[in-house]
Design a protein around this ligand. Structure first.
Ligand SMILES: *Cc1c(COP(=O)(O)O)cnc(C)c1O
Length: 397
């Protein structure tokens, strides 16, 4: 019973998530989630951009079951076939030359900071500062909080890890001003997801790439949310026509099994030598099997192409709805299947609640933007369902 679960949670779980939405899911099937009272919900948030295959994808589940029968974990002391093969997939499908596997987005970003710092350390250069952007989100560990440009995540943890600073996004001038002879790297998201789906200007991203090259600064792209096909290309930096020195990925990489990856070009990657970095669980046989299956299913089912196609279809539909309800919707943003619907602040939370009552799962960013990140295998009919639900919520408001 939901009531019992809520009671247990309140009593025993640390109160980091406060009052959650009053629902507990028992099982899933594709886009659908079944609550323990039998109610059916439509998962347009996809576990916050994680469940790109939908729930309980039969081929995926089979791979996981087979791997469980064989082996879950060995350790980094031995060679791991799935780990090596997943690194191959990441490298052969991106601009990177090497990959390192870990367990989450924050951990992948931590690895990226360490690689950027050790890269200059090994050159005998005193460069350690990392510049990131206001309104960014890079994770909840101490260093990633220091890189996250949102004061409320930082304030209680001061003094913050030194060497991090944030600048205004989409202002090339602001980055140029912030760079010093100590700057090691600039880290950006190409679409800021957590703060409400804000895409970077393409010119800004390209200027930044050029500028980092000129200055010998590493460019790190956080693809934890935008990566693995979310935007209709495997990685966001492909869409922007830039190649980062380092990029990170996590969320959708394991189809729901926790895994993260830090990928880098050869020059940067070479800075990590034996003993410089490590992990107990990272890329273990089970998690890597999940990552390999995700790549496999993407290829067989054309999911990245589907994300581009259905993303455009859905965004176009939402734009029509936005025009119809221009008194309530101020903007529809995003690419592929990462879409933000910005509402007037007075109405945003009612729209979010209205969608939830109609059994559509989304998230509300900054209290004004509804973010959706549905599975990449979504159909046009399912996209229609969401658009219709939003239209009727807005009409009824
Ligand atoms: C979710 C997210 C992270 C943090 O990932 P965790 O797995 O929660 O540590 C980092 N960066 C971006 C852009 C994210 O969306």
């Amino acid at each position: 019973m939901l009531r019992d679960i809520m009671e247990l949670d309140k009593k025993y779980y640390m109160n980091t998530f406060g009052d959650r939405l009053p629902v507990c899911f028992e099982r899933g099937d594709g886009l659908k989630l079944y609550a323990d009272n039998g109610d059916v919900y439509y998962d347009f948030l996809g576990g916050i951009a994680v469940n790109s295959l939908g729930h309980s994808h039969p081929v995926f589940i089979n791979v996981l079951k087979n791997q469980l029968d064989k082996l879950i974990h060995t350790s980094s002391l031995y060679y791991i076939e799935n780990q090596a093969k997943l690194a191959q997939k990441l490298v052969e499908n991106s601009c990177a030359d090497k990959a390192f596997l870990c367990n989450s987005g924050a951990e992948a970003n931590e690895a990226a900071f360490k690689l950027a710092k050790i890269y200059f350390y090994k050159k005998g250069m005193d460069k350690y500062e990392i510049i990131s952007l206001d309104h960014s989100f890079h994770g909840r560990t101490l260093a990633t909080v220091a890189a996250t440009g949102q004061r409320h995540y930082q304030k209680p943890y001061e003094p913050l890890t030194p060497g991090f600073r944030q600048v205004t996004p989409n202002s090339f001038e602001a980055v140029k001003e912030a760079v010093t002879d100590k700057t090691a790297a600039v880290m950006i998201e190409l679409v800021q997801g957590e703060s409400g789906v804000h895409p970077m200007d393409i010119e800004y991203a390209r200027n930044l790439r050029r500028f980092c090259d000129e200055k010998g600064i590493l460019l790190i792209v956080d693809e934890v949310q935008t990566g693995m096909g979310r935007l209709g290309r495997l990685f966001a930096h492909e869409l922007y026509g830039i190649e980062p020195d380092i990029f990170t990925c996590a969320k959708a990489l394991g189809g729901g099994v926790p895994i993260g990856a830090m990928c880098a070009k050869a020059a940067a990657a070479a800075a990590f030598e034996p003993g410089d970095h490590g992990t107990t669980f990272g890329g273990n046989p089970f998690a890597s099997a999940a990552g390999l299956a995700v790549f496999d299913i993407y290829e067989k089912e054309g999911l990245v192409e589907n994300a581009a196609k259905q993303g455009k279809y859905l965004k176009d539909k939402l734009s029509v709805i936005a025009a119809k309800h221009s008194d309530k919707i101020t903007e529809v943003r995003g690419m592929g299947l990462l879409i933000g619907i910005e509402l007037r602040p007075e109405q945003a939370s009612d729209v979010f609640k209205g969608l939830f009552e109609k059994k559509f799962l989304t998230s509300l960013c900054k209290g004004i933007t509804i973010r959706i990140a549905p599975p990449l295998n979504i159909t046009a009919e399912e996209a229609d369902m969401f658009a219709d639900a939003l239209d009727s919520v807005l009409t009824e408001l």
